[in-house]
Design a binder for this molecule. Structure first.
Ligand code: PBG
Length: 334
């Protein structure tokens, strides 16, 4: 006898959501402290911590305090920190020579960190903007951001960072050909084990505003960065950039900003199957912080959700200013 079909769904996807244990069993992705890279702003001085107004909770740190904070972060399970320098206005120049000085702020910070915490991996940023009197990532000649001359400077900068002990070189400048040029120079200079995480798909984004305050580049920047950073309208171009950087020797690639660009992360991961990272940038930090401070969203759960979504989108890890806070949260929920 044929039976009438029950008027109930046989497939009930809610069954596995019934209780925490079952939700845990079917969970597809995990967020762990070792997925996080902590970007930190470094400044001159001693015992000096300066709040960044547009990034509440984030401070620029002198090297001694940086070592202390890095040590705490390392104990919480964070394996990588990424350094950005705050350069005083009167030290910014047109020739950007400070960028590759072996004893510049960043290189001194790397040496201090390596001495205190040899197992913490140090990532650096390669771009001229903190040192440049006009705030651009490359040299400006007759109003144009020139490519090849800039690449020569970036190579010197990257080699100086590797010499100081950097483990991951992060070119964020978006000049053409810089990955290959840096890779070759690192090989020639005996740094064949230093890795490169290329800011391959870096967009000309309004979400970088607070960062430019943090490194003191806001006032300095003349014009915008649209002749070298990507148009937010483009995805295919991002794939071409990633492919190019991988061909030139990048070990890992990055998409930046993060949250509005999860489609690019997914596409990159599916297309190339290489370690893919996202940068949850300063403006994203500022938005979440500001909404939470107003009581409009729940700070902890929003942060955790935002980071889990990067994992779901195929990212191996995330650069985030929330890193130490998140590592603490993850530890307490063990
Ligand atoms: C500089 C650089 C920027 C960021 C990282 N490296 C700013 C820019 O391109 O103007 C932004 C990071 C952030 O907003 O958190 N090359």
């Amino acid at each position: 006898m044929p039976r009438t079909v029950a008027p109930y769904p046989l497939t009930r996807l809610r069954r596995t959501r019934k209780m925490s244990a079952l939700r845990g069993l079917v969970r597809e992705n995990a967020l762990e402290a070792h997925d996080l890279i902590w970007p930190v702003f470094v400044q001159e001085g001693e015992n000096k911590s300066t709040p960044i107004v547009s990034m509440p909770g984030v401070n620029r740190l002198s090297i001694d305090l940086l070592v202390q904070s890095a040590s705490e972060a390392y104990d919480l399970g964070i394996g990588v920190i990424c350094l950005f320098p705050y350069i005083e206005q009167d030290l910014k120049t047109e020739d950007c020579a400070g960028a590759w000085a072996s004893d510049n702020l960043i290189n001194r910070a790397i040496r201090a960190l390596k001495q205190a915490l040899p197992d913490l991996a140090i990532m650096t940023d390669v771009a001229l903007d903190p040192y440049n009197i006009n705030g651009h990532d490359g040299f400006v000649v007759n109003g144009e951001i020139v490519n090849d001359l800039t690449v020569e400077a970036l190579v010197k900068m990257a080699v100086a960072q590797a010499e100081a002990g950097a483990d991951i070189i992060g070119p964020s400048d978006m000049m053409d050909g810089r990955i290959g040029a840096i890779r070759r120079a690192l090989e020639v200079d005996g740094h064949s084990n230093v890795t490169i995480m290329s800011y391959s798909a870096k967009y000309a984004s309004s979400f970088y505003g607070p960062f430019r305050d943090a490194v003191g580049a806001s006032g300095a920047l003349t014009g915008d960065k649209k002749t070298y950073q990507m148009d937010p309208a483009n995805a295919e171009e991002a794939m071409r950039l990633i492919e190019r950087d991988l061909t030139e020797g990048a070990d890992m690639v990055m998409v930046k900003p993060g949250m509005p660009y999860l489609d690019i992360c997914r596409q990159a991961r599916d297309t190339f199957g290489v370690p893919t990272f996202a940068y949850q940038v300063s403006g994203e930090y500022a938005m979440i912080s500001a909404a939470a401070e107003n009581g409009w969203i729940d700070r902890k759960s929003t942060i955790l959700e935002s980071l889990m979504c990067f994992k779901r989108a195929g990212c191996s890890g995330i650069l985030t200013y929330f890193a130490p806070e998140v590592a603490k949260l993850l530890k307490s929920s063990d």
